[in-house]
Design a binder for this molecule. Sequence first.
Ligand code: FAD
Length: 326
Amino acid sequence: MVNKPLVLVEVRNGTIREVSFEALAFANQLMKQGGEVTAALLGSDVSGLSKELFEHGATKVVHVSHPHLKEYTTDAYRQALLQIIEVEKPCTVIMGHTALGKDLSPRVAMKLGAGLISDITSFEQDEQQTLFIRPIYSGKAFEKKSVSTMPSFLTIRPNNFIKQHQPLKKNRCTNIVDLKVDIKELRTVVKETAEKMSGQVDLSAAKIVVAGGRGVKSVEGFAPLKELATLLGGAVGASRAACDAGYCDYGLQIGQTGKIVTPTIYFAVGISGAIQHLAGMSQSKTIVAINKDPDAPIFEIADYGIVGDLFEVVPLLTKAFKEILT
Ligand code: FAD
């Protein structure tokens, strides 16, 4: 029975990541008969962010401030999270299935001998048990799993659970605890962080993704895709073939060995639809495929298919959207 989940909150550039709000909504859905949802907020000065967590379903916020927690390092976060778990004794620890969650959750779970279910997209619950559903075989199938250790660890796929926001009522009491943690000498220290794609919408969290493949043919070929993405407030992504060919940065790669995205609309432009690519985008709400080959496998999973030359179709789409939006 889930009655005391703890959500590890991710903060980037002083802002709480959307997936943490989704994790709070997920935690609340899991607790059938009430309980306490604790949000663990780690950083060097994060106290100003608590209000948003209460507004998104936390009933308690644990502040953990330490200079070593300013930037994420496995070493520092692992030590801090173990101490939070020792004090808070949650039944379940929930994180986003993000680079941070994928790195941290197995390390802490292993240290505690606890079970971990990763990349959860939904769950089923009855009186006896909760079954967590996650894609396997690159999204070709789904498995249902339960976990019985205390605590257990869960990571949720971003963009799958809908965040819940309720403005804080004036008299609602908010339980904030400051927890001191002892972080021993670190083996790794972050000296500098370089933003590769400054100004670009975060691909993993984007609601609209315009992804290009080998069919885009060059760096310059991505320009119309960028124009469409910018117009729609979305992000540009790519297949591995496009990254391998040097048309764009590997940070944009979507798929089994790249990022997993679940936007509302995914434009697959000049992408054939290899299983390794589908692994990263098949859970998108609506898929629009643009390909000159009517037999391209991407059309099998597309909701809308446009057979044609992408260099003609994409500018036409941009023009049409411009007319609608302006
Ligand atoms: P292609 O398969 O070459 O397809 C190009 C498409 O563009 C074709 O369908 C063609 O008809 C179309 N096209 C060409 N010109 C035009 C035009 N003018 N207008 C419209 N359409 C046009 N791939 C990933 O994407 N992500 C991964 O994470 C990933 N991980 C992998 C991991 C492993 C272990 C392995 C073995 C492979 C992985 N791959 C991954 C590679 C994957 O198998 C495919 O090779 C890759 O996805 C193909 O990319 P693509 O669709 O862009 O290229």
